[in-house]
Design a protein around this ligand. Structure first.
Ligand code: HH2
Length: 304
């Protein structure tokens, strides 16, 4: 059994009222946490690889997710699962841009592109996306920061130790929460120096990205400490391997484990939940957020 160095217990977290803006549109400012629905236009994603690799199916699925309650759609064409093979830029463009262009005509929710490549991000933004979800936090492509800055897009800066090819080989931290916090500080600074406004930034501890079970649990447990930077926190725990390690089930059967992670992440201050199962998790978020809003300090912030 792993030894967990769980953090201190926390007093209830008041919902953040940090504003998140993408291409001039307010995506969030207080209120209940948002659901980001995952659409993988890939054949090798760890859970749904191959299901929506075809653009028609990806579009239909994305529209279903909006009907089920997605507040944001996250469209990606390159798997980041441990050991995934990089996708060539031309292939990523060909998969993701037509899907985003069609969705931009058919849905009103903000569209995010899950990519580390600046040309893919630029084309996705031109096609109607308004958020760049960059799991490399602007480190993968030197032109990414200026693409985001010029467009005024929202950007997700995610923590990852290593790269998807290497990250699960031997993740190591002295103090995982402090290291993620320091990373957030550095990447926010770099983003702002490149001309990205603070209100365009969302931070993400990168559950499963170069982390062992105990690191993922400690980050989720101590999420309130990561809210100190006054930026909305995104958490992507959906069906990930750490849940499988706890419940002994394949990715197909991790929805209940995901529900527990989503509920507790909401209670600890997560503001955007990136999930595959939008319908179920929308209910989980509503109930968890409403219970959280029952404490006096939270109620004040929630209803302000
Ligand atoms: N997780 C995945 C992909 N992108 N982006 C952010 N910001 N946070 C995450 O936790 C995150 C992410 C992995 O999930 P999925 O997209 O379903 O799998 P794959 O990378 O295999 O396509």
């Amino acid at each position: 059994m792993a030894q967990f160095s769980m953090g201190k217990s926390f007093s209830h977290v008041a919902p953040s009222k940090a504003q998140f803006v993408a291409k001039g549109r307010e995506v969030m400012c207080g209120g209940r946490p948002l659901i980001m629905g995952v659409v993988n236009v890939t054949d090798d994603s760890f859970y749904d690889g191959g299901r929506y690799a075809d653009s028609e199916r990806a579009i239909t699925h994305a529209i279903e997710l909006v009907d089920q309650g997605a507040d944001i759609l996250d469209i990606g064409a390159e798997s980041t699962r441990p050991g995934a093979h990089p996708v060539r830029e031309e292939d990523e463009l060909a998969r993701v841009v037509p899907v985003i262009a069609e969705l931009a005509r058919r849905v009103t929710v903000p569209i995010s592109v899950d990519t580390t490549k600046s040309r893919v991000a630029q084309s996705a933004l031109d096609a109607g996306a308004s958020i760049v979800n960059d799991v490399s936090a602007l480190r993968g492509d030197t032109a990414m920061a200026s693409v985001v800055a010029r467009s005024g897009a929202g950007v997700v800066l995610m923590h990852m130790q290593g790269t998807p090819q290497t990250m699960q080989a031997a993740p190591m931290y002295g103090e995982v929460v402090a290291e993620v916090m320091q990373f957030f500080n550095e990447r926010m600074q770099a983003a702002m120096e490149a001309g990205i406004a603070k209100m365009n930034i969302v931070l993400d501890p990168g559950i499963g990205f170069g982390k062992l079970l105990e690191h993922n649990l400690e980050l989720l447990n101590r999420l309130p400490e990561l809210t100190m930077l006054d930026r909305p926190l995104l958490v992507g725990a959906s069906r990930k391997a750490f849940i499988g390690q706890l419940v002994g089930r394949s990715a197909e059967h991790r929805e209940w484990g995901t529900a527990a992670a989503v509920a507790l992440a909401v209670d600890r201050g997560a503001r955007i939940l990136r999930v595959h199962d939008v319908g179920i998790m929308a209910d989980v978020v509503k109930v968890a957020a409403a219970i959280g809003a029952g404490s006096p300090s939270a109620r004040q912030a929630y209803h302000a």
